[in-house]
Design a protein around this ligand. Sequence first.
Ligand SMILES: Nc1ncnc2c1ncn2[C@@H]1O[C@H](COP(=O)(O)OP(=O)(O)OP(=O)(O)O)[C@@H](O)[C@H]1O
Length: 284
Amino acid sequence: MTATQGKGAAAKPAAIISLEHIVQEYPRPEGGVNRVVDDLSLRFEGPSINMLLGPSGCGKSTLLYMMGGVRPMNVPVPTSGSVNIDGEPCTDAHDDAVMVFQRYANRPDLSVHDNVAFPFRLGLWRDRVPAAERRDRVMHMLEAVGLADKAKLHPSQLSGGQNQRIALARALVLKPRILLMDEPFGALDAQTREDMQQLLVKLFQEHPCLIVFVTHDVTEALLLGDRVVVLSTQPARVADDFTIATPKPRDSGWLRMPEAAALEQRILSRLHQATGKGNVRVSV
Ligand SMILES: Nc1ncnc2c1ncn2[C@@H]1O[C@H](COP(=O)(O)OP(=O)(O)OP(=O)(O)O)[C@@H](O)[C@H]1O
C-alpha cells in the first residue's frame, strides 16, 4: 500500500446507511407542525454514487443532514424512525462521514494548501493519518483537482469552480468512507459544473466510497448516479428508484443515446407526477 492509497478508515468494508421509517416534522411559526418527510425508508450501500433527486423544498437536505449527524438546535431529528450506519444507530456526526455543501466554506485567511490540509488540525484525523502521509495526501489532492500551482494563493484569488475544487479536495483528502454532498455544483456555471462532475467521477474511481448526492438537476443525476432516488414533493416519500448500470464517465454523447433519453423521460415523468409541476432542472 502506498502512502496515498491510505490506511485506517479506508481499509474498512464499504459503508452502509439505512434510513428506517423516517418521519420529520418541524414546528410552524403559526403553531402546529410541518411534516417534511413521511415514513421514508432507504438503504445505501457503498461503493456507489446515489443521487437524491426531488423538487425544491421536498426534504432532500433534511435527509442528507440527518445522515451526516447535522441537527438543528431545537428540533428532534428525526421525529421518529432511525438512521443506521453499518448497522449501528447513528444519532450524531459519524467519524467516517464527510459533508460537502454548495457554499464551499473555505477559510478566507488560509492558503489553498492549508484549506485542503485543514481537517488534519482536528485530533480525529491527525490520529488516524501519520504526518508524512498527511503531507503526501494533500499534495496528491492538490494535483488531482488541478490546484497544485495555486497552493499558495487564497480563496478570494480563485473562481467559484476553483473554490469548489478546494472543498472537494478537503473532503477527499480524508479518504472518507461516506461522502454526503448537498448540491455541491448547484451555484456553478454549466461548463464548470460539467468539469466538476467529471472530476468527481475521476476521484470516485480513484477512491470508491459511499456517496449520497442531493441534486434537483436530472442531467447531473444521469451523469453521476449508479442509482437515482426520486423523492415526491413534501412530505418526501420515495416516488421511484432507478439503477443506472452504464459505466462512467458518461458524457453528453451518452445523454443523447436512446437508452439515456428514455431514462431521462422516465425520471422526468416520475418527477412531474410527484410534484404536479415542472420545478426541476434539465441541463443537457
Ligand atoms: N430547522 C428547520 N426548521 C423549520 N423548518 C425547516 C428546517 N429545516 C428545513 N425546514 C423546512 O423543511 C422543508 C424541506 O427543506 P429542505 O432544505 O430539506 O428541502 P430541499 O429539498 O433540500 O430543498 P432545496 O432543493 O430547495 O434545497 C422546507 O419547507 C424547509 O423550510
